[in-house]
Design a protein around this ligand. Structure first.
Ligand code: ATP
Length: 202
């Protein structure tokens, strides 16, 4: 059970909204941050705890030569086949969840009152919603999302829009938010100012 003093703040936002950037700024202010995506990548890296089950369930084609998950093949599969996406989630989510809870316990022992958990699917999934007491949304205009993702990746605008169509919409995300950080202004200053004040809101 969570004591009222310890609050788990789920950080979420659409693709390219600035979750990782905000998480980094929050960590720099001394706030404890758990990154669910980073845990997922560790689980599926060479020697990762999910790799044996992944090879068994999806086959050797989905394991790269170095023993890590073949991310490109898996991305293609789960994007085109909803049942494969569900199977991958059924395999990974309990492992990610267990690791988040383990890290939460470690953080509690430091006697801090707040942890930020960066969870991309917080709004989309009731499974992840249970992992957060409050919801912090980082938000920006959808055109800004597309532009920033295109600038940092190989993706084309249409591909970014396809991914956005699979995620919760902006209005749904904002409706679920206990606090919103706006990330429309270019540069770090506005985001930094909001990151510095975040403890006040939770
Ligand atoms: P994803 O959903 O893909 O994990 P994300 O929500 O974590 O993305 P970031 O990776 O933090 O988003 O940001 C997306 C891109 O936009 C990055 O290249 C980042 O450097 C850039 N970016 C984020 N915020 C700003 C900002 N305020 N000014 C300029 N560039 C920004």
């Amino acid at each position: 059970m969570n004591t009222p003093e310890f609050r788990r703040i789920g950080l979420t936002g659409g693709i390219g909204s600035g979750k990782s950037t905000l998480a980094r700024l929050l960590a720099e202010t001394g706030i404890e941050v758990i990154d669910a995506d980073a845990i997922s990548r560790q689980l599926t890296a060479t020697g990762g705890a999910a790799m044996a089950a992944l090879a068994r369930d999806f086959g050797a084609d989905f394991v790269a030569a170095d023993g890590s998950m073949n991310r490109e093949r898996m991305r293609e599969l789960v994007f085109s086949q909803a049942d494969a996406r569900l199977r991958l989630q059924a395999l990974l989510h309990p492992l990610i969840s267990a690791e988040i809870q383990y890290r939460e316990q470690e953080i509690r022992h430091k006697n801090v009152s707040l942890v930020i958990i960066d969870i991309p699917l917080l709004i989309e999934s009731s499974y992840w919603r249970q992992h957060a007491d409050r919801v912090l949304v980082v938000d920006c205009d959808e055109n800004t999302q597309v532009r920033r993702v295109v600038e940092r990746s190989q993706l084309k605008p249409e591909q970014v829009l396809d991914i956005m169509a699979q995620q919760a919409g902006r209005a749904q995300r904002l409706a679920a938010a206990d606090w919103v950080v706006s990330n429309d202004v270019e540069g770090m200053q506005a985001l930094q100012t909001q990151a510095s004040a975040i403890q006040l809101h939770f």
